[in-house]
Design a protein around this ligand. Structure first.
Ligand code: DGJ
Length: 744
């Protein structure tokens, strides 16, 4: 049993292998949060002593002095417009103008298995690995019931949270703010880690102590965005990669999000995460329910690496439905984008296909430019029929010819968008989001379709289902190349316009759910100009997402390392591209480009014909090496061995069963007369011996001496570490594969 109720103290305890989460049905039925952290026994209500705090009001009904205030006690799901002046979790308004929420426990129950949500992606349990706790809170003034849902995954060390709001009263209620979860950390000093960035430079880590007052990370772009990843971490101020308490907050949501963190007068930290309340509202008629997106919570007292491992395993095993991925995984792909941009044609693609095959790839992806009058990025989105000038025999002709060459076929699409210069827009101008009386902003010269409308998603489903039915397509790259602006739906009445952005996301999930469900053999890769919608909501449908439009390996080191704190390596779309790089102009060795792409899906984004025979041979070897190590890289444990400001970036992958480990190192900043290059490996069996199976260096200008040793003790590699030869040159790199030999 991973959920316990103890009647004496009215505590509800959620247990995972290494963590405890405890709440208490406190005075007047308020649901108090007692503790979330490392395993310990018993009821922990003694942590929160009565406190009479100036200007922190007490409930009217309380008879025992002034020791209890909602403003000072940790809350499980904070109300609003009451006596708790800290961050609210729920804000609502009734027809008679009653604003706020005062939430008391009505009932609770446990259920076997994991709850599901209506219209929203959520994690799932395999077999009987999860239990659900449901605690229903009521707000008397509005008649609203708030069901707090907890999914407890004992072995995974993960607790998921979600909320179902039901209008059990007689009047209409407008929801103004709906959080997925509130997490109070009443004691300690905490740092807030967030991942900010921009297009082509996503997920830059920023760690700062939680300051008094408010700090947030948010998106109002209609998507999770390049700029602020919805995933955040709260960690002990002294936590490192290997030590200290860390909490991961991972929203399973792809739209406008916000996570607020507040340090209050009493030193308590509160985090509230959910749909961004700015410009959001939702009218709930009597009897209706509203499901708030899920938040995955993980706790580790083994530092940031321990947190990443828990999240990686959970997202891989309990969120992504990865059947298609498994089928596609032995196929490395080549994508046409950086090879020919809009200049695609059957002839070009067949040549690329032949070149790709020579590199060891098995899948050719036709990116943008294949449909309608699409000769540049100003037109034709919405007209999803192949351009016959470029593809005289359509996509099926191309797919057939590729298949004769032993190559599978993949296709780029951007379903959510429409160009003004398109047949679709001319037929349905009202399908695009725009505010009446105002010209809508153009992003990449395109408009956004209102996916909140059923007829729009129906049309898109029919269009893409037909493409998938009629052509032998193994892979789809689903792109989204602008942020939502001018959010107004022609299909909604004025009082419901605050729903448009969330309805868009629900429509997107409906469409993705149908297409991925009806075509389970197709691998869908998410993309939004790179990592503009890289989130757990998308991962539920697309087990891999194009991490960034920036394919420069040195820039990618920071982008992929940033993403690795929350997201598994298996989710990273990463390709080897040409040098000098098209986004940064930087020249890098081919081996370094391969090494960084290997920390992900490993594919190609270049024209093989532009390479020398020697380079093509090297790429063939790199593909074979990746396929040899794919399981270890994608399904194993990932370790960040170097800090952001180090002159090199070292990553390590340990196979799930520990039988081998791969160390990769890229020199970012070659120095004259440098200190030795030294790293300590992690996650090995201290008792075992490891044989160096391969030791390769790429892009070095200096000769590399033979390895002084080829067999090492696990403890020695972890504690004493490994010294690598000096690497000179522009961004040289090393890859070392150790295979576990014996146990002493
Ligand atoms: C943005 C993507 O991130 C690129 O990889 C490419 O697919 C282009 N869109 C095509 O327009």
């Amino acid at each position: 049993m991973s959920i316990e109720y103890r009647a004496e103290r009215r505590t509800l305890t959620l247990l995972t292998k290494n963590s405890v989460y405890q709440m208490q049905i406190g005075p007047l039925g308020y649901l108090l949060h007692l503790y979330y952290g490392a395993r310990c026994e018993g009821d922990l209500d003694w942590l929160h002593l009565p406190r009479d705090c100036g200007f922190s009001p007490n409930p009217h009904e309380l008879t025992e002095g002034r020791g209890f205030s909602l403003d000072t006690m940790p809350q499980e799901y904070s109300g609003s417009n009451g006596a708790d002046f800290r961050l609210s979790s729920l804000e609502l308004e009734t027809g008679s103008g009653v604003v706020g929420a005062d939430l008391h426990v009505l009932r609770w129950e446990t259920r076997p298995g994991k709850y599901a949500l209506d219209g929203l992606p959520a994690s799932f349990a395999n077999g009987d690995e999860a239990e659900t706790l449901s605690v229903v809170l009521g707000d008397e003034a509005s008649g609203v019931e708030v069901e707090l849902l907890y999914g407890v995954f004992y072995e995974r060390d993960v607790i998921t949270r979600a909320v179902r709001i039901r209008n059990a009263g007689g009047g209409v209620v407008t929801l103004r703010k709906v959080a997925s979860a509130c997490l109070d950390l009443p004691f300690g000093r905490w740092d807030f880690i967030r991942f900010h960035g921009r297009h082509a430079m996503e997920r830059q880590i920023e760690r700062a102590p939680v300051r008094s007052g408010l700090q947030s990370t948010a998106s109002l772009r209609g998507s999770s965005g390049h700029h602020n990843d919805p995933f955040t971490i709260l960690c002990a101020h002294d936590a490192t990669e290997d030590h200290g308490a860390c909490y991961g907050l991972m929203p399973v949501y792809s739209g406008n999000h916000r996570t607020d963190v507040e340090l209050d007068q009493g030193g308590s930290v509160r985090a509230v995460a959910g749909i961004n309340p700015d410009r959001f509202s939702w009218r709930l008629l009597p009897g209706e329910c509203f499901d708030v997106p899920e938040l995955i919570l993980a706790f580790s007292d083994e530092g940031l690496t321990g947190l990443s491992h828990r999240l990686h395993r959970f997202l891989r095993g309990n969120l992504s439905r990865a059947e298609a991925r498994r089928r596609a995984e032995d196929r490395v792909l080549l994508n046409s984008w950086e090879a020919c941009y809009f200049g695609v044609s059957e002839t070009r693609m067949l040549a690329l296909g032949r070149g790709a095959k020579e590199l060891g790839a098995g899948l050719l992806v036709l990116d943008d430019g294949w449909f309608g009058e699409r000769c540049d990025d100003r037109r034709a989105l919405g007209d999803w029929t192949p351009n016959r000038g470029k593809f005289p025999e359509g996509l099926s002709g191309l797919a057939e010819k590729l298949s004769e060459d032993g190559m599978a076929f993949g296709l780029w699409i951007e379903p959510e968008m429409v160009s003004e210069d398109s047949a679709l827009f001319r037929a349905h101008p009202d399908w695009a989001l725009r505010v009446p009386g105002r010209s809508p902003a153009l992003g990449r010269d395109q408009l956004v379709l209102d996916l909140g409308r059923e007829e729009v998603t129906e049309h898109l489903y029919e269009t893409f289902a037909a493409l998938l039915r009629e052509n032998d397509i193994s892979y789809v790259k689903w792109d989204m190349n602008r942020s939502l602006s001018d959010v107004y739906s022609a299909a909604l009445p004025p009082e419901r316009q605050g729903e448009a952005a969330h309805r868009y996301v629900l429509g997107l999930y409906r469409l993705l759910g149908r297409l991925t469900g009806d075509f389970p053999a197709v691998l869908f890769e998410g993309c939004s100009g790179g990592g503009g919608r890289f989130d757990a909501g998308i991962l539920a449908f697309c087990p891999q997402i194009w991490v960034s439009d920036n394919t420069d390996p040195i820039a990618r080191l920071r982008i992929q390392q940033g993403a690795s704190y929350g997201y598994p390596i298996a989710a990273f779309g990463a390709h080897v591209s040409a040098s000098p790089n098209h986004q940064t102009g930087r020249a890098t060795p081919l081996g370094t480009r391969c090494l960084v792409a290997m920390a992900g899906s490993f594919g190609f984004e270049l024209d093989p014909a532009a390479l020398s025979a020697e380079e093509r041979a090297q790429l063939r070897e790199q593909t074979a090496f990746f396929l040899r190590c794919r399981e270890t890289i994608q399904q194993g444990d990932f370790y960040r061995l170097s800090a952001e400001d180090e002159r090199f970036c070292a990553w390590q992958f340990v196979a799930e069963d520990g039988h081998e480990t791969l160390l990769t190192l890229v020199l970012k900043d070659p120095e004259a007369n440098p200190a030795p290059l030294h790293v300590c490996l992690k996650g090995l069996d201290p008792q075992a011996r490891y044989r160096l199976e391969c030791r390769d260096f790429f892009g070095c200008r200096n000769p590399i001496p033979e390895a002084p040793r080829t067999v090492f003790g696990g403890a020695a590699l972890m504690h004493a570490g490994l010294t690598l030869p000096q690497l000179l040159g522009d961004y040289p790199c090393a890859r070392l594969l150790f295979v576990k030999e014996t146990c002493k």
